[in-house]
Design a protein around this ligand. Structure first.
Ligand code: FA5
Length: 339
């Protein structure tokens, strides 16, 4: 009897010491094996002590076993709730991961790009920082033209600008291709010193340029109409309005029929509040000026072309009824999450 008491006391003392130095569930697991495992200290007592001849001994070892089990369980609970930060409970429900999405302008650019790719256009990206020649001089915009006004254009040096339109891509494309046919859509960032509900200092334009033999205004109209119907809906119509750009001749503004009043300009016999006239302005276009073809290294007696340049933010505004372009570049997630 004395012998087994002595061994139980030794085990309890060793356990107390082990528990004190254990700081993690992994360490408690090791103790579990050391004391309660198949080859553990308690099982060794069952094997070595005369439990068959003295049932008292068996009972005492069982009590010791329960004691060890309880202390190990207590220790495990304690390390899990306090010190053990490495423990991973696979049954704990996960935290929801906030889901991101493409920015609404990226989505609009992808949609516009896919419409033009469908028509056989090639997507291009030309410099946002460019020289005076590509941005203005080569496009027939002389030094004293109002578009050069530094109130509107960000000049980086006397001869370098942050491009205020994507039309600089026209000359780059002509130089790259060297000969017709040309059919490119240049979508890029553009910059102007403007800020209000319909103007942002950085915005995007998509610039189409098509050069080939025998092109005329009806081809421009066909492309414009296809874009309007694909992007805005099959009921929309387009029209040309005379306008002026230095790099196209003749030049136009393209209008698209208003969806709200269906192009009539009237709702319940009152002027439509969205468009007032039945039409909304899409952007500029025209037949490429012969001098610009020459500047791009092409022969205007052998080919002709048309070009257009429209604002991505503005077409998105027209499509979605967005009241203020500044929302697009703000950080209000209640707005951005809707896209
Ligand atoms: C031009 O920039 C011409 N380069 C377009 C062109 C290309 C004409 C090819 C002929 C041939 P405009 O200045 O009108 O044109 O600008 C084109 C479009 O850019 C506008 O219709 C509008 O949709 C958009 N836009 C202009 N300024 C801003 C701005 N600050 N914020 C957002 N969109 C703008």
């Amino acid at each position: 009897m004395g012998t087994n008491l002595k061994e139980a006391t030794e085990i309890k003392l060793a356990l107390a010491k082990d528990l004190k130095s254990s700081q993690s569930s992994a360490e408690v697991d090791i103790l579990q094996t050391k004391y309660l495992g198949k080859q553990g200290l308690i099982n060794r007592l069952f094997k070595t002590l005369p439990i068959k001849t003295d049932p008292q001994i068996g009972r005492q070892i069982n009590d010791l076993k329960k004691f060890v089990e309880t202390r190990l369980q207590e220790k495990l609970t304690s390390v899990l709730t306090t010190t053990d930060k490495t423990h991973f409970d696979v049954t704990t429900p996960g935290l929801p991961i906030p889901q991101g999405s493409l920015h609404l302008i990226t989505q609009a650019i992808e949609e516009i790009e896919s419409i033009f790719l469908h028509l056989g256009f090639v997507r291009r990206r030309y410099p946002e920082v460019d020289t005076d020649w590509y941005y203005a001089e080569g496009l027939n915009i002389p030094k004293d033209h109002p578009a050069r006004d530094d109130q509107e254009t960000f000049y980086l040096s006397d001869t370098t600008v942050l491009t205020a339109h994507t039309s600089n891509g026209q000359l780059h494309e002509m130089e790259l291709k060297k000969a017709p046919p040309i059919k490119m859509i240049n979508i890029g960032k553009t910059y102007r010193r403007q800020l209000d509900a319909t103007h942002t200092p950085m915005f995007h334009q998509f610039e189409g340029l098509v050069v080939d033999q025998g092109l005329n205004i009806t081809h421009l109209l066909g492309i414009t109409d296809y874009f309007a119907k694909s992007y805005f809906g099959p009921d929309r119509r387009t029209r040309l309005r005379p306008h002026h750009f230095q790099f196209t001749e003749p030049s136009f503004e393209i209008d698209i029929s208003c969806e709200v009043c269906r192009g009539t300009g009237l709702i319940d016999n009152l002027a439509c509040k969205v468009c007032k006239s039945g039409w909304l302005e899409l952007g500029g276009a025209g037949m490429v000026h012969p001098q610009v073809l020459k500047n791009g290294g092409l022969n205007p007696t052998e080919c002709s072309g048309f070009a257009f340049g429209w604002g991505v933010e503005r077409v998105l505004m027209m499509k979605t009824g967005l009241p203020d372009l500044r929302l697009i570049y703000g950080d209000d997630l209640r707005f951005l999450n809707q896209f």
